[in-house]
Design a protein. Structure first.
Length: 383
């Protein structure tokens, strides 16, 4: 960094990636500053500049830099490698500490606390934020985490037995074998607490612990979401059961065509069933279950929308989804069960099948959009 760049940063002021410190902090406080930048997007700590942007400078520079390296290595877990540089301005020396976006996130202080950068300050990460950092670094997946307050008795072990017999060919098992299999499928934790996936697929009452996992279905007479729905249902239960209930709701409001092929009558729903099913299953498989929001399936007069909570995962774009080249899993345990139940393929080509089936059957285009809070699949109606 040169003097011009330093003054430019001072003029901008502290922010998400920049922290000023008039003098060196106590060791634990400085570790907190390093951790919060490494857990977020990285950034710079400039020592010798006041919060108001006045260059004060520091003394004993060599000793200070050794101390900073020691803090980053010995008071941050895992250790963080920072890059330091010095700059002399108006006869005063400032130290610039470059903190990378951590490759081993999440980081914590030696005292066991996790911090993130928010605007121009560091703060303790909430449970949801910490889970998201774990998830983005692929250290852990939310669908494999134990659900607080739930117990082993909240699982419908008969339903799990049925799954094993139908899809895995495991036959019948005693309680001890079942417990081990539940762990192997990441459906319970080591201490036998149900995981998110365990409750979603085999919970007796999943929404008691995961209320946002319900699916909201609505029918609107019109084409504007502001119009009050004529019919609305909040579906609850196990994920496979809710999928079938969504299908039943859609059949109530989508018209069917009856055609004669040869001597046999053939019934067709106005929107290809493969597109409807893929869109709903994709929402179940890829939604962000950390977010306190439900999947919404809305039938309008001119279209059906499937709205899935959560923005696109890292590296995934709308174009890559349409091309079928995107197979980043947010919920690998959920996805694995859907594959075993033959509800999805293991190819990441669901969106392409939706687009192709709509194009071939209706000569129309399905829509795919993403915001910061949800992914929306739009299926045109054949009206």
């Amino acid at each position: 960094m040169n003097e011009f760049e330093l003054r430019e940063r001072i003029a901008r002021g502290e922010g998400f990636h920049l922290d000023f410190k008039e003098e060196m902090e106590e060791n634990n406080e400085f570790a907190k500053s390093v951790v919060c930048l490494a857990n977020t997007d990285g950034g710079q700590i400039i020592i010798g500049v006041s919060d108001g942007g006045v260059i004060k400078g520091v003394l004993n520079v060599d000793k200070l830099m050794l101390r900073i390296d020691d803090i980053a290595f010995n008071r941050c877990e895992p250790p963080i490698t920072v890059v330091q540089e010095t700059l002399v301005v108006e006869g005063k020396t400032v130290v610039i500490v470059n903190v990378p976006k951590g490759a081993q996130r999440p980081y914590r202080t030696k005292s066991g606390q996790y911090y993130i950068r928010s605007s121009n300050r560091c703060r303790l990460a909430s449970r949801e934020e910490l889970l998201r950092v774990f998830q983005s670094s692929e250290s852990i997946f939310y669908d494999e985490t134990a659900v607080g307050g739930s117990q082993y008795v909240d699982l419908d072990t008969d339903a799990f037995q049925g799954f094993l017999q139908k899809y895995v060919d495991y036959g019948s098992h005693g309680d001890e074998d079942l417990s081990l299999l539940l762990k192997n499928f990441h459906l319970v934790s080591e201490d036998k607490k149900p995981t998110v996936t365990g409750l979603l697929f085999f919970g007796k009452n999943p929404q008691n612990y995961l209320p946002a996992s319900r699916i909201i279905c609505a029918f609107i007479r019109g084409n504007d979401i502001a119009i009050p729905p004529s019919d609305k249902k909040e579906l609850t239960g196990k994920l496979p059961d809710m999928l079938e209930d969504v299908h039943k709701f859609l059949k109530l409001y989508l018209t069917e065509k009856h055609e004669i092929k040869g001597f046999e009558p053939e019934t067709k729903v106005e929107i290809p069933e493969v597109a409807l099913r893929e869109a709903v299953v994709n929402a179940i498989a890829h939604r962000d279950y950390i977010i306190n929001a439900s999947i919404r399936v809305i039938v309008y007069e001119d279209r059906v929308e499937i709205r899935s909570p959560g923005k696109l995962p890292n590296t995934v774009t709308i174009d890559s989804m349409k091309a079928g080249g995107s197979h980043v899993l947010r919920n690998p345990t959920i996805y694995n069960l859907l594959v075993k139940m033959k509800m999805v393929t293991d190819m990441g080509s669901g969106v392409r099948r939706i687009m192709r089936s709509i194009r071939e059957a209706m000569n129309k285009e399905a829509g795919l959009n993403a915001t910061e809070s949800e992914v929306i699949v739009t299926l045109p109606r054949g009206v």
